[in-house]
Design a protein around this ligand. Structure first.
Ligand code: SAM
Length: 284
């Protein structure tokens, strides 16, 4: 097994920056909400996989994150499989913004599955689409080598994802991407991860808002219970966000954490990202 210190150095060099559009191959044509650097990271993570477990993509939208993981995994020389979870539905507004090359549906809540199946066809047999509410989904698929979390848009969901998927991560090997980690309207993510600091080592901040962690100890039921974020008072939530800011000193500036604290103060008791955002917009 690669020593932890070596993995830290490997990520500090940010080698995904060398991934080119040509390396991404068919994945480059799959629409995504990821930034270009995040897309490079996903491909590179797939390529460096050791075949120690499945890859799980929580919040797939049109399959952009899955495609980038798959294009890398296909080059890893190992057996691979991606499990993508989503409702696979889209509003017209999101469709117009993120799928400009596709005919705009007549109504909201449009089915993304036909598109996703077309986009992911190059990796047929290597991907399973889990359709529905992630909050109702269980993980029974064994060890997970790469876990991407891009759907923890409320605190109870963050707890559910941690309880179901984190125990499958392999200490010393598995990588966790918290895709929306520094978003002002999801302060429960740093609050959760700092509660699990014995289990995860931060490896890199990938702009805009993603953080990559390595699992360094098992996420036991006791640790997960202590790190739960749904039900925290605003005061406890803010104090955990401040702890996270100190934990990430040197890797992340203070500004995103300050923005999170402002959101909590401005929206007491709110634990749903879009409600914070909506309230902020209504004021602004
Ligand atoms: C930011 S988008 C994911 C973007 C995607 N990773 C990409 O590369 O473009 C978040 C996704 O999470 C999904 N999502 C949010 N809450 C969910 C839930 N409870 N169950 C299933 N999917 C959910 C949404 O449908 C949306 O597609």
């Amino acid at each position: 097994m690669q020593p932890v210190a070596e993995i830290v150095t490997e990520f500090a060099r940010r080698p995904w920056g060398a991934v080119s559009e040509a390396d991404l191959g068919a994945a480059a044509r799959v629409p995504t909400m990821l930034t270009p650097e995040e897309g490079q990271l996903y491909h590179w993570l797939g390529r460096r996989a050791q075949g120690d477990g499945a890859t799980v993509d929580l919040g797939a939208y049109a399959g952009g994150s899955a495609a980038r993981l798959l294009s890398g995994l296909a080059l890893s020389g190992r057996d691979y499989h991606v499990h993508s979870y989503d409702r696979f539905r889209s509003s017209r507004a999101f469709w117009a913004r993120f799928l400009p090359g596709e005919a705009l549906p007549e109504a909201d809540d449009a089915d993304l599955l036909p598109l996703v199946r077309r986009y992911l066809a190059p990796w047929e047999g290597h991907v399973t689409l889990h359709v529905g509410d992630i909050g109702q989904m269980r993980w029974t698929g064994g060890p997970v080598e790469i876990l991407s979390v891009d759907a923890a848009i409320w605190s109870a969901m963050a707890d559910h994802i941690a309880a179901e998927f984190f125990p499958a991560l392999v200490p010393g090997r598995s990588i966790l991407i918290q895709q929306d980690y520094l978003m002002a309207v999801q302060p429960w993510l740093p609050a959760q991860m700092v509660g699990l600091r014995d289990c995860f080592l931060p490896l890199a901040h990938v702009p805009k808002v993603g953080l990559v962690f390595m699992c360094i100890a098992p996420a036991t039921p006791e640790r997960l219970a202590a790190a739960r974020v749904d039900g925290l008072t605003d005061g406890k939530l803010m104090s955990r966000v401040r702890e996270a800011a100190s934990w990430h000193e040197g890797m992340v500036q203070r500004a995103p954490f300050k923005a999170m604290l402002e959101q909590v103060k401005a929206h007491p008791g709110v634990r749903l990202g879009w409600q914070m955002r909506q309230a902020a917009r209504a004021k602004g």
